[in-house]
Design a protein around this ligand. Structure first.
Ligand code: KG4
Ligand code: ZN
Length: 363
């Protein structure tokens, strides 16, 4: 529909410079410039390198997105940007660019939450999210179960990891196995050749007295490292594919088991899975089987929309405009630890606050 909001979204929370353009729930462009190869030799993302790469990629990536979408910047109804959580310096590049474009074009600015964007992106594939939706958010920095009635205002955490995020565990296990960085995609590929039942790795926080919706992957990661170490010490060959498959099975078993239980306990019949780890083929397969058995409708975006991208930010920004949410002010700042409950950073009336501080009265 032509009257649906046309929004450009900018994502720079980690190592992808993402610029997406969305009209309503239709994706028009999803341009991504990644600095992932610049970090590979360090075995993880180096914040300074990521920030510099964002700076260099920002304007060309915005231009590429506009060209692909076939729209002019002046046609936009709003500019959305990831305000947090993420790497402070990296976020700052995106927020500064978004503010500059919003100011120069005289468009409303929406500082949004990266985690809510990972959920909202599914609207581009499967239409508007039903209310309520259960979301399993699994990325390099987070693993959470979130219940949302309205993705523009309300995200309620039911549980989260108490130590490592699921993606972090994939990255660390890949390092132990010498598979490189980032670990998720390569463990996923390697696991296809292995036996998921070969090694019984532990399932964290699944005992009867454990918190129902929290996760723990640190013990699993250590168990994998010890198992591999013992083999190496004994001079035996490490069955890499079996280790990868058994580890992946342990992660996906716990994630899907808890997500389905959270849906059943809360009477929610839609489960959305988002974040980089949602690209995992075994997680998608197991979630589908378990949701089918439980009568739950599963929504998972295609893998390219699960990992960080600008389309997800544009999707949430467009929903903000559609639902008439207040824009952010031009003094929006990046917040590296923005809580998941703050879906967007609304307008702050700094002048009003200053007036009140000086006079003790409301303006
Ligand atoms: O959402 P994302 O792109 O960035 C963050 O917000 O963290 O997630 C990145 C994480 C990394 O840990 C990466 O190894 C993991 O997602 N990942 C995967 C797969 N693709 C990416 N994990 C498992 N299987 C995959 N296919
Ligand atoms: Zn992410």
């Amino acid at each position: 529909m032509a009257d649906e909001p046309l929004v450009l979204g900018i994502e720079t929370s980690c190592d992808e410079t993402g610029v997406g353009i969305v009209r309503g729930t239709t994706l028009l462009a999803d341009a991504v410039a990644s600095s992932v190869n610049d970090h590979a030799r360090f075995g993880g993302v180096v914040p300074e390198i990521a920030s510099r790469a964002h700076l260099e990629a920002m304007v060309p990536t915005i231009q590429r997105a506009l060209d692909t979408a076939g729209v002019k910047a002046s046609d936009l109804d709003g500019i959305a940007v990831t305000a947090g959580p993420g790497l402070a310096g990296a976020l700052l590049v995106g927020v500064s660019a978004a503010k500059a474009y919003a100011w120069a074009l005289d468009k409303p600015l929406y500082g949004v939450n990266h985690l809510a964007s990972h959920i909202c992106v599914d609207q581009l594939e499967h239409g508007r999210l039903p209310s309520p939706t259960m979301a399993l958010l699994v990325s390099g920095g987070h693993s959470s179960l979130l219940l949302s009635e309205d993705i523009t205002t309300d995200v309620r955490p039911l549980g989260a990891t108490i130590d490592d995020a699921a993606g972090e565990a994939f990255d660390k296990v890949a390092r132990v196995l010498g598979l490189g960085f980032p670990g998720g995609p390569v463990v996923d590929r390697t696991a296809r050749e292995g036996d998921p039942k070969a090694i019984a790795f532990p399932r964290g926080l699944t005992g009867p007295k454990d918190p129902e919706y929290d996760f723990s992957f640190s013990g699993l990661k250590t168990a994998v490292a010890r198992w591999v170490e013992a083999k190496r010490r004994a001079g035996e060959e490490v069955p890499i594919a079996d280790v990868a498959a058994s580890f992946q099975e342990a992660v996906t078993d716990v994630l899907t088991r808890k997500a389905v239980k959270a849906c059943k306990d809360n009477g929610v019949d839609h489960l959305m899975i988002g974040g980089g780890v949602a690209a995992n083929s075994r997680l998608r397969e197991m979630a589908q089987q378990r949701c089918d058995r439980a009568g739950i409708r599963l929504r998972v975006p295609r893998p390219g929309l699960c990992t960080d991208n600008g389309a997800m930010v544009a999707a949430l920004g467009s929903e903000m405009v559609w639902r008439d949410r207040a824009p952010s002010s031009l003094d929006l700042s990046a917040d590296s630890s923005l809580p998941v409950t703050e879906v967007h950073v609304p307008h702050t009336d700094f002048h009003g606050q200053a007036y009140q501080a000086l006079t003790g009265q409301q303006r």
